[in-house]
Design a protein around this ligand. Structure first.
Ligand code: HEM
Ligand SMILES: [Ca+2]
Length: 249
């Protein structure tokens, strides 16, 4: 049997995301459903969540789209392989954790380190002080990591790669069918490549101790982690994959 699939931007975006993350050790193998219609209208202004917004507003925005506060945390697992160039253009290509090429739990550890390294030129709207030179922290991630509604789930991922991976797969399946009837789509998950394991165990960046963790879940202590040896870690964005070319331009 052959299936004719309509080509569409949403097909390409979903497919590229599901295939793309398999390049990062630790990523889940996402479900991939094909068969979306062509959609040519731009999204209305103001619908995307703003890194400078309060947690109340961010929770409301996600609720509008059918996502709970816990779903919002689960979607933010994506930031373990993220970075920025538009929130503070004076520090382009700065990552959200020290391992932006690994789909690991470092994002949930490092967002809870206290902020000690203000960017040269000052903190911009949507930015919070990062814990390491060369790293970047979104104000939204900083607040959600510490908010009483989300802090315990946030912390639960700090030392649990498998839970984090499973929850990301589940919430991405939910996001993928927004505005669609699941039964109208075709499950093509088998075309998504196999994934690799992340080798390194969760750690504190060199130079940090447990005293630098701003533990924010009253129910459970933050897991005890060991710091990498050596001098305090500095993140060197120009050494990240893909950035060498950008730096040379
Ligand atoms: C509270 C919700 C969210 C906020 C406020 C937020 C905000 C941001 C901002 C401001 C950036 C930097 C963009 C730039 O300067 O180039 C970013 C990057 C990124 N975000 Fe989010 N985001 C949110 C949710 C999500 C979700 C749901 C996903 C995917 C499931 C996601 C995936 C990413 C990725 C992969 C990057 C890195 C892009 C790159 O490296 O070029 N984010 N986010
Ligand atoms: Ca990472």
């Amino acid at each position: 049997m052959s299936i004719v699939l309509p080509d569409s931007w949403s097909f390409s975006i979903q497919f590229a995301a599901a295939v793309g993350i398999t390049d990062c050790p630790g990523a889940p193998r996402l479900e991939f459903l094909a068969g979306r219609d062509k959609e040519t209208q731009p999204s209305p202004e103001g619908l995307l969540p703003d890194a400078a917004a309060s947690v109340d507003v961010l929770i409301e925005r996600h609720a509008d789209a059918g996502f709970s506060a816990s779903d919002m945390v689960d979607l933010l697992i994506s930031h373990t392989i993220g970075g920025q160039e538009h929130v503070n253009p004076s520090t382009p290509n700065t990552p959200f954790d020290t391992t932006p090429t690994a789909f690991d739990t470092q994002f949930f550890i490092e967002t809870l380190l206290n902020g000690t390294s203000p960017p040269f030129g000052g903190v911009q709207p949507g930015e919070a002080i990062p814990p390491l030179n060369g790293a970047f922290r979104l104000a939204s991630d900083h607040l959600i990591a510490r908010d009483s509604r989300t802090a315990c789930l946030w912390q639960s991922y700090a030392n649990d790669q498998e839970l984090m991976r499973q929850r990301f797969r589940a919430v991405m399946s939910k996001m993928a069918i927004l505005g669609h009837n699941r039964d109208d789509l075709v499950d093509c998950s088998e075309v998504i490549p196999e994934v690799r394991e992340v080798k390194k165990k969760p750690f504190l960046p060199a130079g940090k101790t447990m005293d630098h963790i701003e533990a924010s879940c009253p129910d459970t202590p933050f897991p005890t982690l060991t710091a990498d040896p050596g001098r305090e870690t500095a993140v060197h964005p120009e050494k990240l994959p893909g950035n060498a070319t950008k730096a040379a331009l």
